[in-house]
Design a protein around this ligand. Structure first.
Ligand SMILES: *[C@@H]1O[C@H](CO)[C@@H](O)[C@H](O)[C@H]1NC(C)=O
Length: 468
């Protein structure tokens, strides 16, 4: 139900654009669709190449379906002009549609390149007349982006420091309680981490992350890279108990958390849930901290909900193992039914790399990332795209694009969108720090289509993304 509503929302926006462009229903509407499609195809093809045609095809198919839908009891095919049947694009399979589309796009591109020399474009393209006002678009887009960032994306420093302070106070209480309850548990200092700390949080300062570092003994525990586990998923590592013949079970505190020879993230999370979340006297904290803190029930995450006069705040508690450069977290919401998997997080490397690159050239990568994070947060069709996806695209793009100056903000913003479409089209976004990780692997085909469709529609009309 909700999902349907979301789709309508995204498609509704697109339809709005269509209506602005094509003044009448029916033929003009279809022409507007094609006009729009080709304008976008040309912009995207320059970057992502023909790979983008699949998503373009989907966009056309949906737009045709919508355009061809009878307002009331009219027959659907009445409003479809004959030209479309000739092209074989109406009610065609995606494959056929794609073929037809390729033809149209190639004709159109050839015609465009010949246009200056004189000969008139073909009948199809004559009808379509795509207009690209890229330069004009960028001037205003840049201004709009700057405004959007200032008014909507960026957090006030007061908010950030207040929320940090609140999270730190809760952190101190948790740590004290845990130490009293489990004095032998070898834990490092619990601390604040994540986007709030790194200046990457957007729109509202309403979530924080507390990292709980586990101290595991090198001689007892070995980290097994994801590819070498039975699941052979590069994102999920395992932590094996070793040297049991010399150091029998019980020598390490963490031996209590073993399942089948491995340190279990699930047992650990459940234990922390029991010893802290379920047994802390939360109401006793209320007066002290001037807010209400309660564990979130029915969640797979260790999560607290905080209410104060300033509003709501969520705090995630994340058990973490760090050995050399490898950072593993216990996140049952991503490791699902597997009791022994640990998620390898590249968040720190990605965030540091972006900051270093920006520092070196006074770049706007982080601002670009935050703007897109806000866009994806606010647009239901894009909600599956997280800071992680966006940061990786920006890191990849930084390899081939050197101009990240203030003046290039709008260009890079649009380029990130085009690049994303390219990755979605291939169904694969390789991790920047580990190329074998596909960051789109947890998106269904339908979700990828939805994201691709929305982004494709935003290529020539990026303003649709900046609605607040
Ligand atoms: C912790 O326990 C509560 C209630 O017993 C439960 O609702 C919640 O889902 C548990 N959290 C985790 C992370 O297991």
């Amino acid at each position: 139900m909700e999902k349907e509503g979301r789709k309508e929302g995204a498609a509704g926006k697109i339809e709005g654009i269509m209506e602005q462009r094509g003044k009448r229903k029916g033929e003009t509407n279809i022409a507007a669709v094609v006009d729009f499609l080709l304008a976008n195809a040309r912009l995207v093809l320059g970057v992502g190449g023909a790979a983008v045609l699949g998503i373009a095809t989907l966009a056309v198919k949906r737009l045709i379906d919508r355009a061809g839908r009878p307002p009331d009891d009219e027959k659907p095919d009445k409003s479809i002009p004959e030209g479309w049947e000739e092209l074989g694009l109406v009610s065609a399979s995606p494959q056929l549609l794609r073929k037809g589309l390729e033809g149209v796009v190639i004709k159109q591109l050839t015609a465009a390149s010949k246009a200056q020399k004189g000969p008139k474009p073909s009948t199809v393209s004559e009808k379509l007349k795509p207009e690209i006002k890229r330069v004009q678009l960028c001037v205003t887009l840049q201004e709009k982006l700057v405004q959007y960032y200032q008014n909507h994306v960026a957090l006030s420093e007061d908010d950030v420091s207040r929320v940090k302070q609140q999270a730190l106070e809760i952190c101190t209480e948790l740590q004290g309680f845990l130490r009293a309850k489990q004095p032998d548990m070898p834990l490092g200092e619990m601390h604040l981490g994540g986007s709030l700390l790194d200046g990457l949080q957007v729109v509202a300062a309403n979530h924080a992350c507390l990292l709980v570092p586990l101290q595991i003994e090198d001689k007892f525990w070995t980290l097994i890279p994801g590819e070498e586990t039975i699941l052979s998923n590069p994102q999920f590592w395992m932590v094996r108990r070793t040297n049991l013949e010399y150091f029998p079970r019980g020598r390490s505190f963490w031996d209590k958390f073993i399942i089948g020879g491995y340190l279990s993230s699930k047992v650990l999370v459940n234990t922390l849930n029991k010893t802290v979340m379920e047994s802390m006297n939360w109401p006793a904290l209320d007066g002290m901290l001037e807010c209400t803190v309660r564990p979130v029930m029915g969640s797979q995450e260790l999560k607290l909900e905080v209410h104060s006069e300033h509003g709501q705040l969520f705090i995630n508690i994340l058990p973490t193992i760090i050995v050399n450069d490898v950072i593993l977290t216990a996140q049952l919401e991503v490791t699902g039914n597997f009791d022994n998997l640990w998620y390898q997080s590249f968040y720190t490397s990605e965030t540091n790399k972006l900051a270093d690159l920006d520092d070196a050239d006074c770049g706007v990568r982080k601002r670009c990332l935050k703007t897109l994070k806000a866009v994806c947060r606010d647009c239901p069709a894009l909600r599956k795209l997280t800071g992680r996806h966006l940061a990786n695209v920006i890191l990849h793009l930084s390899e081939k694009e050197s101009d990240w100056t203030e003046a290039a903000f709008a260009d890079r913003f649009q380029q990130v969108i085009s690049e994303l479409i390219g990755y979605l089209e291939q169904g694969c976004l390789p991790g920047y720090f580990n190329k074998v990780v596909n960051l789109l692997s947890d998106c269904s085909e339908e979700e990828i289509d939805d994201i691709g469709f929305t982004l494709y529609c935003a290529v020539s009309e990026p303003e649709i993304l900046l609605q607040t």
